[in-house]
Design a protein around this ligand. Sequence first.
Ligand SMILES: Cc1ncc(COP(=O)(O)O)c(C=O)c1O
Length: 453
Amino acid sequence: MGKPAASRPPATPDAKTAHDLMGVLPMTAEVCDGRLCIGGVDMTDLAREAGTALYVMDEATIRHQLSEFVKWTRYHWKDVDVVYAGKAFLSLDIVRIVEEEDCCLLCASGGELAYAVRAGFPMERVQMHGNNKTPAELAECLDAGIGRVVVDNFEEMERLSALAAERGATQKVLIRVTPGVEADTHDFIMTGAEDSKFGFGLNQGLAMQAVKRAIELPGIDFDGLHMHIGSQIYALHSFAKAIEVMVAFMREIQAETGVAVRMLDVGGGLGVAYGAPDEPSTVKDFGKVVVDGIKEECEKHGLDVPRMAVEPGRSIVANAGVTLYTIGSVKEIPGIRTYVAVDGGMSDNIRTSLYDAHYEALIANKADQPREMVATVAGKHCESGDIVVRDAPLQCPEPGDVLCVCATGGYCQSMASNYNKQVRPGVVFVRDGEWRWAVRRETYEDLLRCDLG
Ligand SMILES: Cc1ncc(COP(=O)(O)O)c(C=O)c1O
């Protein structure tokens, strides 16, 4: 989840302007009259008109990323589903965009499924995963008629079978396997113990037992296998290693049961650039490693090539988004640190407190000025750990400036909370010089709506 602070070099003023930060900003970012514009919209004007804190999503970047995955996976094999992982960022607008870009949708809860239903998304293109789907959520999947359920444990499989049988339905399932390959940003390590709350391990024979049970249970159609080795992965050989393991398992399944695995879903996890020097792997390289890897392994084992799926989340939305804040105060502690306080914080971006994530920041109304100082961007919550960006090179900050934190399109709005009864920011989509509310800002009434006291 990004390099921990201890392994990052100490921050220094780096004289970078917005021009030097294009690698972490949405693809439509530009500097106009010294101010940051995204999707043809001036971020300073937007912040003042729509208010802050505010999530801004660039529609062109989202569409571009989805189409890159479609292009560079189907370039190597015709039958690949690009299944956008809604957990990264979900709103009705993005569900419609995912549909228009010929992609599928991965849901992690009944709540996420409700967005797909409300948006009228084609249900056969929905997959549901999660390590403890409730009976109610399983029933919701069946009633909605979704494409596939990714089965995570034996109890769930039995429940799904019974619920499907009650309805006279048959549900396609993928069995989630932990391939024993753990990924980080630099290398992979084998996790012999397969110590994960997700899925069925291979080593103790659980995955084979699960496949056999799925084949025999009524109401369930064993369609294939699923894996997900991690997130923010830079080293593509982790995927290659896991694919080797999974295809070898496909061969074992065929040998022991006579059943061919029809689908192999390799999950998500492609890393993105959070810092200006970051150079993640490209979607093109990812497509080649994954799709060619599966084809080559199948050939090696004499297997038919299955339908494939990839589940990108972060790599679709992270760099499509920024968060805008208004600077309230600047506190200089001589010889120690300068704090820049903004009108949001850990309630709209928990990743810094949770993972020690690091972001690039700039002042939208001073975008072409060099970042001549280092400051820590602090939130407004009652926690000293409420930091948005620690030790950020920054243009000289003043109260009233619009501060832009880059690459916040993934796992920020979707992980937001009402801590300190802070209302959650709205989401604005920008496109072709226009902006629109995709999700309105919450109000105090929203906070009080569920309180029956
Ligand atoms: C099963 C599964 N698929 C896909 C994803 C998306 O991963 P990412 O956002 O890293 O691409 C996740 C996220 O953790 C996941 O759990």
